[in-house]
Design a protein around this ligand. Sequence first.
Ligand code: SF4
Ligand code: SF4
Ligand code: FES
Length: 247
Amino acid sequence: MSKRSGQKRRQLRFEIFRFNPEDPESTPHIQCYRLDETPYLSLYLALNQIREQQDASLQFDFCCRSAICGSCAMMVNGRPLLACRTLTKDLPERIQLHPLPAFALIGDLSVDTGSWFSAMNQRVAAWIHEQHPFDPDAPEEPMNDDLAQAIYEGDRCIECGCCVAGCGIANVKPEFYGAAGLNRIARFMIDPRDRRETCDWFEVVSSEEGVFGCVGLMACQDICPRNLPLLEVHAYLRRRMLAGRRC
Ligand code: SF4
Ligand code: SF4
Ligand code: FES
C-alpha cells in the first residue's frame, strides 16, 4: 500500500478466468494480475490497463462505457455486474472475475449473449404482430401516456444477461426464457398494437419454460443494472395466464 495526498492507495489483485476455446492447447485456469488503484478506477479502466500494460491476450467486451450497450457484464466476486459502472473502491482488494455463466464462452471474460438473445427473441416472436396491414396514409393513433410509459419501461432492457446469469433456473434449463425473456413477452402483451391475445401467448408463457418455471426468489430483480421492475412483470404474466386459463 502506498500513500499519496494523505490517502492510502491500495494495490489490487485481479484473479481472472482465462480460457480460449479456439486454442486446443488452452486449459481453463485463473491468472493473477496486480494493479495500483487510482481514484474513480472502474473495472473497465482496470481491465484496459491490464491489457495495455501487462497482457495483450486478455479477452473482454466493452462498447459504450456508460451502462447502455450491455456488453461488459461479467461475474465480479460471484455477482453479475456491468464492469463499466463498477468502481474498484466498492470492491475488496482481491477481485475475482469470471465470464457470465449460461452463455457460450468466446474467451476469458467474453461471452456470446447475442446468440442467446437472438434465439430468445425468435422464440417469443418479439415484434409487433399488426392488427391490420400497414397503411402509410392512415392517421397516427394516439396512445395513453401511462401505457406508452409502461411499454418504454420494458424496452429499457439492455440485454446484458445479468439476470440470466444470476438465475438458478436459467443456468440449469437452457430453454427457460429467463427474466429478460419474460420481460420481452410482457412488453408485447401490453402493447395494444399487437394483435396476439392471452390465448396466443398461453403455450409460450404458461409452460415450465415460461413464468411457471420461475421459482420467484427474484435474484433477477436484485441484479438488473437497469432496475427493471421484473417482480411486477412476473406477477403480470401470472395474472394474465390465470385469467386466460380456459383458452
Ligand atoms: S425470480 Fe428467480 S427463477 Fe425467476 S427469473 Fe428471476 S432469478 Fe430466475
Ligand atoms: S432485464 Fe435487466 S439484467 Fe436482464 S438483460 Fe435486461 S437489463 Fe440486463
Ligand atoms: S460497456 Fe456498455 S454497458 Fe458497459
